[in-house]
Design a protein around this ligand. Structure first.
Ligand SMILES: Cc1ncc(COP(=O)(O)O)c(C=O)c1O
Length: 429
């Protein structure tokens, strides 16, 4: 035992009572997560932590399964110092950096082909949030705004975000917790089949076209306390996702990055079934850096790249069509188009209406209303180009990333027709 280690249970219970005794508490400006003020750590080495009251305690849980190398590991400290000496910060919209590139490559290279790309986040919550955004972005169906995500109810995200994830889009199925929920009259295989059927029924109830994905924690950590799923569970759940074109998503924020004895928990505790998208955090930074990662398969990477490529191509086509239909020779709208601008899938048409009157209405709003009558939703904004708010009426167009060429043509047609109709109706020549 390390010198000064507090092992005496009487002393510990004394400390615990003191913690809860408000008279012994020091003032704090932190809104602590515990009902009492936690002791202050002054120093730490390996799994030992020295407290302000002089005791040395063992961290038996690595904070929250985070400190996978303990504190003050000399190699990690040296690497951090070396890096801060070289580059301490660059912004990822502008620049990349060597450690990030090397880490991403390592995560991809060690996945035996499961993952093709990696994104970084600042921790587990942000990684899971990004996973959900990525799933929606990959699967989202053009012109259909219905979408659903199904969580295993025992997953951390299902519980932790219960107050912010609405029950219109976020749905739950039973946890995979055999010791509590497998019935006496069923064996493991039958229990798994019951869970598989429940997920399939949920997909069918929601309308399988709208289901973006199913989310589970490979080994459920803090929510139910290290509960692994019965054999065959992940294979069965993935088969439902594959059948309906939904994504199979794993949250390995707590159980991944070596915690279960394999780099990914699914390699040992998840039927060796790789997910389409996975979140990792905690053990990734080991407490030395606040970092999480989003790992995605080739299918997802291709989807994201395809959509980016597609929206760049379709956006350029939309620009060309708008120019032709609104500013071409003899076009009624031509004198009133101030600018057509944008890029990718984000475009705006700004109008310059001079003295043309619209009976007190905003031209952009009239176009928005007419376009809707004609079957197209656009966003009209009233003048913001000058302080008086009399100039700068514009309409925004930002179609889905996977919009098709035919749909772009329809958008350009309805939009230009709606502009002309409003001009004619108000006798603007
Ligand atoms: C499974 C799981 N997912 C996500 C999170 C959120 O991670 P963080 O606390 O790093 O934001 C946690 C946190 O404990 C977790 O256990």
């Amino acid at each position: 035992m390390s010198p000064g280690l507090a092992a005496d249970s009487a002393q510990q219970s004394h400390s615990f009572n003191a913690l809860k005794d408000s008279k012994t508490l020091k003032p704090t400006s932190i809104l602590h997560r515990t009902p009492w003020q936690p002791p202050i750590a002054l120093a730490a080495e390996g799994i030992y932590i020295d407290l302000e009251d002089g005791r040395r305690v063992i961290d038996g849980v690595g904070g929250a399964a985070v400190a996978c190398l303990g504190n003050s590991h000399p190699a990690v400290m040296q690497a951090i110092k070396d890096q801060v000496d070289k580059v301490s910060y660059v912004y990822n919209m502008q620049l990349s950096n060597q450690p990030a590139e090397a880490l991403a490559k390592r995560l991809v290279d060690t996945s035996n082909g499961a993952f093709a790309l990696c994104g970084f986040a600042s921790g587990g919550s942000e990684a899971m949030e990004s996973v959900l955004k990525l799933a929606r972005q990959t699967i989202v169906i053009p012109w259909k705004y219905a979408w659903d995500i199904v969580f295993s109810v025992s997953s951390y995200s299902a519980r932790s975000y219960a107050d912010i994830l609405d029950d219109v889009h976020f749905h739950h199925v039973s946890p995979a917790y055999a010791k509590r929920f497998q019935r006496a009259d069923e064996n493991e295989e039958q229990y798994v089949e019951r869970l598989r059927q429940e997920l399939e029924d949920k997909f069918l109830q929601l309308g399988p076209d709208t289901v973006v994905g199913f989310v589970a924690e490979t080994v459920v950590g803090a929510t139910t306390g290290v509960v692994s799923a019965p054999k065959g569970y992940f294979r069965a759940m993935k088969s439902v996702c594959d059948k309906y074109g939904a994504l199979f998503i794993l949250d390995e924020v707590m159980s991944g990055m070596g915690r279960m004895g394999t780099l990914h928990a699914w390699e040992s505790f998840g039927d060796n079934v790789a997910p389409d998208i996975q979140a990792v955090a905690k053990g990734l930074g080991g407490g030395y850096a606040s970092i999480g990662a989003i790992l995605m398969s080739q299918k997802i990477a291709d989807g994201i790249r395809d959509h980016s490529e597609n929206i760049r191509k379709q956006g350029a086509y939309l620009d060309k069509l708008l120019q032709q239909r609104l500013t071409g020779p003899n076009k009624l709208a031509a004198p009133y188009i101030f600018d057509i601008r944008g890029g990718g899938g984000f475009w705006a048409v700004e109008f310059e209406l001079g003295t043309a009157g619209f009976k007190g209405d905003s031209f952009a709003m009239l176009v928005q209303a007419r376009a809707l009558d004609n079957g197209l939703i656009v966003m009209g904004m009233t003048g913001g180009a000058n302080l008086e708010g009399t100039k700068g009426d514009h309409v925004m167009l930002s179609p889905a990333y996977n919009v098709t060429k035919e749909q772009i043509e329809k958008i350009a047609d309805i939009f230009s027709q709606s502009v002309e109709e409003v001009l004619k109706e108000y006798n603007v020549q």
